[in-house]
Design a protein around this ligand. Structure first.
Ligand SMILES: [Zn+2]
Length: 475
């Protein structure tokens, strides 16, 4: 949205309303929503996101792992197109699409450089998707995008400087400095897992020796458990660890819960290493929050987090400064979808908005989503953002129809006095204000905007930082 134009209208008040409306219908009412896509090794999850960060619709498709890149691109495009269609929107209603890719990404050119676990390496994904979806496409590394999601709506909400460590099979990292992701010269920054902590250490998957990941990644934890097993160290989990089957995070959690000595010792070593890494990172970035996430953390945060917190808290260098919070990630599967939307907003020069007002999305003529909740009868939203169902009896008793809106009902809608009241009159525009309702609004000095319900929804969504109310007739 072009906020300058909108605020110009706000300053000038009512007289500019007509000008605003004309241009708004053409330009500003469009492009109100974002799509975030999490391209994973097993699934592709997409969500339609409001500017305030509500996921309004979502879908999930299996990643076509064994087919040509063309097919994968198609599946990603289909996921976005389906959301747009299902929401009853057009391509013009989407301001931008942000995508998290598991690999190295050239964020400027929109090209995937390498994806080890899928077949998108070398593909200019942005260009291909743009051709089909006709909107702006922004790519990012999945861990980076997920951290942006956590900063917007999750564990690092309201923080401006954030470091994220995501402990799964490997160790992914993300760094946010003054609200922006640090991506480096060619998109390869923030690979915290490959910081070398001991040049004589174990070999890492990247080819170097002694990377942090080679101590704390799930594969490294598994390696250490097997080494200890070979040394005939005692464990009650021998059955679980027999054979070549992967040791899952869930198994680690069970073993920790049962205080298995072998697993506890291995995990303690990893947790201490992670704590030391956070101390070092704090010295470089001075973050307000350190977010720990990923499969191993989700399963074992009770065990790991205290070690990291302790290491960070007892750093003497920071004893005179404010604390750095160490927290577990919150958004799980939604992190990358929300982060994708946040990335698109940032790249378009808009700061991701806070949820001041609910964002609405109309589904067909008779149903509306407010946040994640669906309503299929007349509703109103008061100036404080509270959503209320219309009391049908009031209108039926007095007028014998729901198509009349009188002053008694309006007084409820306009409680706490809005500056502007938007009224949606239904698909065919049949709802009417009674004379006493009009007189009431005039007396109160409330500007009223009467539109068909679909236009009223768009208009309401568009009004920012304004004392606004909405009444919607759904039919
Ligand atoms: Zn490495």
């Amino acid at each position: 949205m072009n906020t300058n134009r909108a605020s110009g209208w706000r300053r000038d008040g009512r007289s500019r309303l007509i000008i605003f409306e004309k241009t708004a219908t053409i330009e500003f009412m469009k492009k109100r929503f974002y799509i975030g896509i999490d391209v994973g090794g097993t699934k592709i999850a997409a969500g339609l996101v409001s500017p305030q960060g509500a996921i309004l619709l979502r879908n999930k498709t299996a990643t076509p792992r064994k087919s040509q890149p063309k097919k994968t691109v198609e599946v990603i495009a289909d996921a976005a197109a389906e959301l747009i269609e299902e929401a009853g929107l057009g391509k013009n209603d989407i301001a931008g699409i942000g995508i998290g890719i598991p690999g190295l990404v050239d964020t400027r050119k929109g090209r995937v450089i390498v994806t080890p676990n899928m077949n998108l390496s070398g593909i200019n994904l942005s260009q291909k998707l743009k051709k089909r979806l006709k909107t702006k496409i922004f790519l990012g590394n999945d861990v980076n995008v997920g951290l942006l999601g956590e900063k917007w709506k999750g564990a690092a909400k309201k923080a401006h400087d954030v470091v994220g460590l995501f402990l799964g099979t490997g160790l992914g990292g993300g760094i946010i400095v003054r609200d922006r992701l640090v991506t480096g010269f060619q998109g390869a920054a923030a690979e915290i897992g490959h910081m070398i902590v001991d040049p004589r250490g174990p070999r890492c998957t990247c080819g170097n020796k002694g990377c942090l990941e080679a101590y704390v990644g799930r594969w490294a934890i598994e390696r250490d458990i097997r080494t200890e097993l070979a040394r005939k160290k005692k464990t009650s989990f021998t059955d679980f660890f027999r054979g070549k089957k992967r040791i899952k995070s869930k198994t680690l959690r069970q073993a920790l819960k049962k205080k298995d000595p072998l697993v506890t010792a291995v995990m303690e070593k990893a947790a201490r290493m992670l704590g030391l890494a956070c101390v070092s990172l704090r010295h470089i970035f001075d973050p307000e929050v350190i977010v720990l996430g990923g499969g191993v953390i989700e399963a074992c945060s009770d065990f790991i987090l205290p070690y990291v917190k302790k290491a960070v808290a007892r750093d003497p260098f920071f004893s005179h400064l404010k604390d750095c919070r160490v927290v577990a990630s919150k958004l799980e599967d939604d992190a990358i979808i929300l982060g994708g939307a946040a990335l698109a907003q940032q790249e378009l020069g808009r700061e991701p908005a806070e949820e001041k007002f609910p964002s609405l999305i109309l589904k067909g003529a008779k149903s509306i989503f407010i946040g994640t909740k669906e309503y299929d009868e007349d509703i109103y939203i008061r100036v404080d953002g509270k959503v209320k169902k219309r009391n049908r009896n009031l209108a039926m008793k007095k007028y014998g129809t729901l198509l009349k809106l009188g002053s008694v009902e309006l007084k409820k809608v306009c409680k706490k006095k809005p500056q502007i009241l938007v009224i949606g009159t239904g698909t065919r525009g049949l709802l009417r204000l009674t004379p006493d309702a009009k007189a009431y609004l005039k007396k109160q000095g409330i500007t009223v905007k009467i539109l068909s319900t679909s236009k009223a929804v768009m208009f309401y969504n568009l009004l920012r930082d304004k004392k606004k109310s909405l009444f919607l007739h759904l039919a």
